[in-house]
Design a protein around this ligand. Structure first.
Ligand SMILES: O=C(O)[C@H](O)[C@@H](O)[C@H](O)[C@H](O)COP(=O)(O)O
Length: 259
């Protein structure tokens, strides 16, 4: 069973809530949607800029992309991968979002050029703090940002969401919420590890499509709160909005108090 509900059309474009039966089907559907979106864009232009997320459903979706029969229809030389956030841990640490994304998908794409994978620098890779890593990432983003634009208009930006309503590493009440610029260092994250690097709201909201992916009953109150438009200070996911389209891709359990 899948339910599509057009909940809002505004200056920010359409918002669509799509409910899938469970987390497994959700991950498969995210993979199919992502591949279809990349193929659609590649039929008219290149490159395609995709922002990856950490978290259970996000990584499961990447594994589903790797196993998808349509995977090899994509011209991976024309796809750039970015991250919405990173855990500030040494390179290769199994808890890094980068490590998990490489294992789930990127290592399975031999055609993907190494320079198309834009990682947030780890401690020891020329940076000593989340702020330094964030600054380096802002520089990297600016290399791909057209003259006159403030931010790169990512084609698809994936976000997982925590039960507290956090997206990327923008946590309720955390100083990172108010950060200016494209990126921010994050300290005192309630979700381990405490030090992280994140895109800011303004960078996220420059994406053409933002897809929030969430599964499980523990996420239901935050889904409902974000869809109701509660303040981002208490429900950061309410600020997950794309310029063209915002998709909420959830399973039945996560949607239970919002439908
Ligand atoms: O680095 C991270 O931890 C994330 O990017 C974070 O924002 C994550 O996406 C959510 O916490 C959802 O994670 P789950 O799907 O595992 O609940």
């Amino acid at each position: 069973m899948t339910t599509d509900v057009e909940t809002e059309t505004s200056a920010h474009g359409a918002r669509l809530v799509v409910v899938h039966p469970d987390a497994g089907v959700l991950a498969e559907a995210v993979a199919s949607r992502l591949l279809t979106r990349i193929l659609d864009i590649q039929s008219v232009r290149t490159p395609v800029h995709v922002v990856l997320t950490g978290g259970t459903v996000g990584i499961r979706s990447l594994a589903a992309v790797a196993a998808h029969p349509v995977r090899d229809a994509v011209d991976w030389t024309g796809v750039h991968f970015w991250w919405g956030d990173e855990r500030f841990l040494p390179a290769g640490d199994p808890e890094r979002n980068e490590t998990q994304a490489r294992e789930a998908l990127l290592d399975h794409l031999p055609a993907l050029p190494a320079q198309n994978v834009h990682v947030m620098a780890a401690p020891g890779e020329g940076v000593g703090s989340p702020e330094e890593s964030a600054a380096l990432y802002a520089d990297e983003l600016s290399r791909f940002t057209p003259d006159g634009a403030t931010h790169l208009a990512f084609d698809v930006l994936l976000l997982g969401m925590g039960p507290d309503g956090h997206v990327a590493s923008l946590f309720p009440g955390n100083a990172g919420l108010a950060a200016q610029g494209a990126t921010t260092g994050v300290h005192d994250s309630p979700k381990p590890p405490p030090e992280r690097v994140s895109l800011t709201f303004s960078a996220i909201q420059a994406a053409q499509e933002v897809w929030v992916v969430a599964a499980g009953a523990e996420k239901a109150p935050a889904v409902a709160s974000a869809l109701a438009g509660d303040p981002v200070e208490t429900t950061p996911a309410a600020g997950a909005i794309g310029t063209r389209r915002t998709l909420w891709l959830v399973d039945l359990a996560a949607s239970s108090t919002s439908s």
